[in-house]
Design a protein around this ligand. Sequence first.
Ligand code: SF4
Ligand code: SF4
Length: 213
Amino acid sequence: MFGFLKKVGSYSREAVDAAKYLVQGLAVTFDHMRRRPVTVQYPYEKLIPSERYRGRIHYEFDKCIACEVCVRVCPINLPVVDWVMNKETKKKELLNYSIDFGVCIFCGNCVEYCPTNCLSMTEEYELASFDRHNLNYDNVALGRLPTNVTSDPSVQPLREFAYLPKGAIDPHELPRNTPRAGKLPSEVLESINASTSTEKATNDHNEIKQKTE
Ligand code: SF4
Ligand code: SF4
């Protein structure tokens, strides 16, 4: 009898859970039914990639120590580290470094494990090419600074749905006084100059104070 009651209890619990999951799933469906399709007029408008978007890899040649950790942790041993041993200094001499983005799966393992942080993932996703061999980037191509949707004056950056204020669905319909997402290069320069002059003024003030004491 006790066993039977236990089975009934467990069955009821599972039935309640199933109903709960069903309602949760339908809530997502009904939430989407309220939304309208949003058209992004690419390439004049572009969505801002998510914060941890894994795009084209950026590489700093000067920081690389040719340890080949990136090759060992890569699931397909993709990065090519071209180095020779300098017999005089008994140190590795890095000649070239390349990653083929036609093969890379953008897992980010190489970036995660690089001991000198010379690799980083950028938000650059426009890698289309007519020839797949053009996707094999050498250290010069990898060292190019990435394009940035928020700092390109020729592009209207649009926030993705997850980054819109509560209740907003279409990024085009944000109020006119909403600040532009991200800063333009000129604005970045202005803020750097402003912070440098404030820092200088503070230092001067501290120096004068120390001399008078
Ligand atoms: S793990 Fe980093 S430092 Fe080592 S070879 Fe790769 S890129 Fe260079
Ligand atoms: S992102 Fe992943 S697949 Fe691409 S080179 Fe790095 S470890 Fe290899």
